[in-house]
Design a binder for this molecule. Sequence first.
Ligand SMILES: NC(=O)c1ccc[n+]([C@@H]2O[C@H](COP(=O)([O-])OP(=O)(O)OC[C@H]3O[C@@H](n4cnc5c(N)ncnc54)[C@H](O)[C@@H]3O)[C@@H](O)[C@H]2O)c1
Length: 362
Amino acid sequence: MHNSPETRMETVLVTGGAGFIGCSISASLLQSFKRVVVVDNLHPQIHESGTRPDELADGVELIVADITEAATWDRVLPEVKPDVIIHLAAETGTGQSLEESTRHTHVNVVGTSQLLDGINRNKALPRRIVLTSSRAVYGEGAWRNAEGAMFYPGQRTSETLDKSEWDFPGAVPTAMRAAEVFPAPVSVYGATKLAQENILQAWGKSYGVETAILRLQNVYGPGQSLINPYTGIMSLFCRMAMGGRSIPLYEDGEVRRDFILIDDVATAVVAAATSERTHPTPLDIGSGEFQTIGTAAQTIATRYGAPEPHVTGQYRQGDVRHAWADITDAKTVLGWTPRYNLQQGIERLADWIDVQPDVKPA
Ligand SMILES: NC(=O)c1ccc[n+]([C@@H]2O[C@H](COP(=O)([O-])OP(=O)(O)OC[C@H]3O[C@@H](n4cnc5c(N)ncnc54)[C@H](O)[C@@H]3O)[C@@H](O)[C@H]2O)c1
């Protein structure tokens, strides 16, 4: 049900709003804002058909344009004059970013600075900008040694990984919380997301524009890409299990991740756009618990009646060992709480995949 027009805020502009997260927030944004405008270039790695996605709610205006081009902002901003901007557009392939660092840096960093310069040129200062950052900014994050002292182990090397030394000996990992753990990215993607944060915060403070930064953990669920080979481990596992394959587990299968269902991410992003106040440090968004990749794979295999997953001992350069969020601050500031656990989330993802046309087992 729509709020009465009087209670809705004016205009929200969403960059990259035709993607996975953008589509999932689109209906909800129409309830909170009178006008919802998306700027998205319908990138072929995400949008196979190059047409408006069905999942983007009717009533949302879609402008097909590239965020890295100054002309985009000179065309869009004078007419739209958004009160709130939600900046989602990005290149998101962590592994891919090592091989295509210019592409990732151009879209994520220059795309952000073009938006900000465009705002200045067109005198279109919004009240708030929301950025979806990533847990990738933390890299391996902080661990505690045997005495309980926090330290930063840094990036794992081929030398130790080749010996199957997956963890940092004698140490235990800690949850990611922006107020306590320093960022230390180990991928180009992570470095570009941190650059986005820093640029936005410096600029926002200078112009009195509120900034809300959400560091998202691994988002999955209905609507996620079934064609992008660089993202989406959960949909890949589903398609493997669907084909009757045993899911291969890297390292020892004990890699920790924080899989958060898209529905819970959507409520967090909308809360960040509409909340009364913002928070000076980034907020960590996760499911409230960690899972191992092995547990996620096992749950998916059971759902499809596939053979048991198997450990391969392989590793991927740039993968971090463990990652999960401490969501205390997000709960307090946003009045938000995740509602789905892993089992429920996988059911929702698998039910959705089952009815997708042309879905191919992997
Ligand atoms: N999905 C996750 O697990 C996750 C986790 C952490 C952070 N994030 C962040 O959330 C944001 C959205 O992620 P998503 O999962 O919806 O990704 P997505 O790839 O589904 O959506 C990104 C959208 O941006 C558009 N886009 C890409 N380059 C563009 C350009 N140059 N100009 C205009 N549009 C462009 C694409 O067409 C796409 O529709 C990203 O900033 C990403 O870094 C996502």
